[in-house]
Structure formats: C-alpha cells, structure tokens
Design a protein around this ligand. Structure first.
Ligand code: FPP
Length: 247
C-alpha cells in the first residue's frame, strides 16, 4: 500500500541508511502453495518484489543490494524447478536491462560460474558489461553461491600463492583474505534480511556477516514490498551498533 510506505518513509533518517543490504528471498514455494499454484509461480511472483526493492533502494540512496537468487544447495531441487530458477535471471534481464541502465543500476554477481547454463551466464555478463559505468546502486546477484564454497575457494587460491612464494603466510590477515572472496570489491552487508519467517542464514555471506544486523520478516517473498524493506531499515536505524566496542 502506497500510504503505508509513505508513512514509514517519513520516519526514515536518510543520512543513516545501511550501505549494503543483503536479502534471502524466502517463501516463494509457501506463497504459491497457499494460492494453490505450482512452486515456480512463487518464484515468478518474487521477481516483482525485486523490482520494488530496487525502486525503494534507489529512493533511499542505498549503495548495494545483494540478492540470494540461487544457492549451491538449490541444485538438489527438482530438475524442473532448477531449470526455471536458472532461466529467471535471463528472463528478468531481457525484460529489465534497459530500465536498470536508465536507473543507474550497476549489475554484479557473486558465486561459482561452473554449472550455470551458458545462456544465463552470458545474459548476466552482458548486464554487468553494459552497466559497468553506472554508480547509483549495485545490484549484486548471488547465483550458485555458498558461503562455505566461497571460503574454500579463497583458501585454495591463497595456498597456491603461498606455495609459489608469491605470498608470505605471516602476512595473511583479514584484509588479504577479503581480497580472495567474491565480494572483494563490496562493503560487508550492514543489514541482512530474510523473508518468510525462517530464522536461518543458510550458508549466505558467512565471512561478510561478522557484524551485520539481522532482520527476519514474516512476509513471504512475493508479498515483500517497499514498505517491508523500510520497516527493516527503520528497525536497523534504531539499533546500537558497537562492533565489539563499548560506548
Ligand atoms: C526461496 O524460496 C527462494 C529461492 C530459492 C529462489 C529465489 C529466487 C527468486 C525470488 C527469483 C530470482 C530472480 C532473479 C531475477 C534473479 P523457497 O522456494 O525455498 O520457498 P519455500 O521455503 O516457501 O518453499
């Protein structure tokens, strides 16, 4: 409801918005079941919520939105659902890329490229290339992403460097480790949102979330609208972030 959104927007402090919001878009299947529809109808409806989140993020000048679009564990779903989920970014970008370009959105992706169908990967890469110079909002898709896989990948590449004497193991610190993550060019998420009432992290941004604030919304992802994002941001703004320090 636009009225609800305006009401909560008026309470938001525009100087204190989270720089990076990462979202676990959960509840598509339950949303569909509730309506007597196939699960894929829930995923399709979820794309509309992505549109809303981008619009609201642009209004607030949020710098990065990361969306958990497909996890390394999602391959275990039925083939038909996997195929549908893998095709969605392609379908979405075919439809939305021109609009995203105009809005100043810069597309990015994190995750393992292996196993992603070529058509989908090419569409995402095209989106990344064509929005490379945009700087209003980074729209970061976590695609075939798993936090543990990301950390293992970083460890292997660091081990290679040490073995080849290109890196001294005594110099490995958090900043160096960060350089080997998919997210090396992004700030850590200030706020992580999960929709659908589940209170789990599900292998999402394990390293990066060390000091993230967490928000669990009861709303199924296809029902998640701008006002729900604002609700999370409003709560975030009223928290005391100490990063281990005392006041
Ligand atoms: C979790 O809900 C959701 C996913 C595994 C996929 C999320 C993907 C989208 C919202 C669309 C992505 C679109 C683009 C353009 C990248 P679930 O299926 O696990 O829901 P359930 O727990 O209710 O079954």
């Amino acid at each position: 409801m636009a009225g609800e959104k305006d009401k909560i927007m008026a309470k938001i402090d525009l100087d204190k918005v989270p720089e990076h919001i990462a979202i676990i878009m959960d509840g598509n299947g339950r949303w569909a079941r509730k309506k007597g529809l196939p699960r894929i109808a829930g995923h399709r409806a979820g794309v509309e919520s992505i549109r809303e989140v981008i619009e609201t993020s642009l209004e607030l000048n949020i710098k990065v939105i990361t969306l958990f679009a497909f996890s390394t564990e999602n391959w275990k779903r039925p083939r038909k659902e996997v195929n549908f989920l893998m095709n969605l970014p392609l379908e979405y970008l075919n439809k939305e890329l021109d609009n995203l370009k105009k809005q100043g959105v810069k597309i990015n992706k994190i995750g393992c490229e292996e196993d992603i169908p070529e058509k989908t990967l090419n569409a995402v890469k095209k989106g990344i290339k064509e929005t490379y110079n945009n700087n209003k909002l980074i729209l970061n898709f976590a695609l075939n992403y798993g936090g543990r896989a990301e950390i293992i990948n970083a460890v292997k590449r660091i081990a290679d460097k040490v073995e080849n004497k290109e890196l001294d193991s005594n110099n490995i610190d958090e900043n160096i480790f960060n350089e080997y993550l998919y997210t090396k060019d992004l700030p850590d998420p200030s706020l992580i949102i999960r929709s659908s009432g589940e209170k789990r992290i599900s292998n999402f941004l394990l390293w990066q979330m060390a000091y993230s604030e967490l928000w669990f919304s009861p709303v199924y992802w296809p029902d998640f609208k701008g006002e729900h994002l604002l609700e999370a941001i409003y709560d975030y703004q009223n928290r005391d972030r100490r990063f281990g320090k005392v006041k």
